[in-house]
Ligand binder design. Structure first.
Ligand code: SF4
Length: 325
């Protein structure tokens, strides 16, 4: 079964908040309003391009706080998508934890919403306050339970390196999210974007972002813990877009167009490193076998793992791919 996801971005609509790190239009890369009829057209043309057999298609409303929209607007978008059941298999949306209540849940159920992703960002209430999130972690717990009890899948989105956070607080967020048992998570390192409060904090020296290396190491530890807990990690790192990457938009922070790949490389680095004991084994060459689809991760982004093992242990690493899946 091939899974397809059709993302439809609804930038900043419905959101009266101004979180320190957020410049919603730049993150989604789209600066225009979307209408329900355009949603219909997008779904229609998407369905024309995918083979219906053996495929599962999910329409995903992302980019803002969907359930913060006027009820009539939410209904119009949901109706536009729901008209395509059973050609589509699900509707997914992202929202804030404090924009979920019984009434909203029954609206989402009515139109067949299958997954709701909550912008958790941090489990530390002080960090949430410093970033003007306008909700606490208790509202994440409450919203997650409401969504799950309604039979809707819940996902959590978290950030690494928010203003006021530390690596310890970020890893605590990972543990607190695991205790809520969402089905899936997304991990975003905080990037300082032009025009945000975070930019002011950065310029005044009050905020020091993580380096790419620090953020990637933390994300690696987070992914390993989520994997161990059976929680699917569906995204690590921001989606790159021309607008986001255009001159001067990213002021500071750990932005890397292949951030997810870096993290996968680090995970493989750990796996390989655990296969030998450098203190007792005098190894000069190491042949590592993995699934053919994982060779580039084991070799590492731009050969970073090969370089690492050579520089640290004098080991020449060779990776061989086999069909195991
Ligand atoms: S709630 Fe979401 S969309 Fe609104 S300002 Fe905060 S991060 Fe941006």
């Amino acid at each position: 079964m091939r899974k397809y996801n059709l993302p439809i971005f609804i930038p900043h609509r419905g959101c009266p908040h101004d979180c320190a790190f957020c410049s919603q239009r730049k993150i989604t890369g789209i600066d225009t309003e979307v209408t329900p009829n355009q949603v219909r057209d997008m779904i229609k043309s998407f369905l024309d391009t995918v083979a219906q057999e053996n495929s599962s298609v999910e329409v995903a409303f992302f980019g803002g706080s969907f359930t913060g929209l006027e009820t009539a607007t939410q209904e119009a978008f949901l109706k536009a998508a729901a008209e395509f059941f059973p050609k589509i298999d699900g509707i997914r949306l992202s929202t804030r934890p404090d924009y979920i209540d019984e009434e909203i849940i029954s609206l989402l159920k009515r139109y067949g919403v299958t997954t709701v992703e909550l912008g958790v960002q941090s489990s530390n209430d002080e960090v949430l306050r410093l970033n003007s999130r306008g909700h606490d972690f208790q509202s994440v717990i409450k919203a997650s339970n409401l969504i799950k009890n309604a039979g809707i899948t819940v996902g959590h989105q978290m950030m690494l390196g928010m203003y006021g956070s530390t690596p310890q607080k970020d890893m605590q967020t990972v543990s607190d999210i695991i205790s809520q048992k969402p089905a899936c998570v997304r991990i975003y390192p905080v990037v300082t974007i032009k025009g945000t409060t975070l930019e002011e904090l950065y310029n005044s020296g009050k905020y020091t972002p993580y380096t790419v290396e620090q953020a990637a190491m933390l994300a690696k530890d987070a992914v390993k813990l989520f994997n161990k807990a059976g929680i699917e990690v569906i995204r690590v790192g921001l989606h790159s877009s021309e607008e986001l990457e255009s001159d001067g938009n990213i002021v500071a922070g750990p932005y890397h167009p292949a951030f997810g790949e870096l993290v996968s490389s680090l995970i493989y680095r750990d796996i390989i490193e655990q296969t030998f004991d450098a203190s007792t084994q005098n190894i000069k060459e190491l042949m590592f076998f993995c699934d053919a689809s994982d060779v580039s991760k084991a070799v590492g982004h731009k050969g970073m793992n090969k370089k690492y093992f050579y520089e640290k242990y004098g080991i020449k690493l060779t990776v061989k791919g086999e069909k195991t899946k």
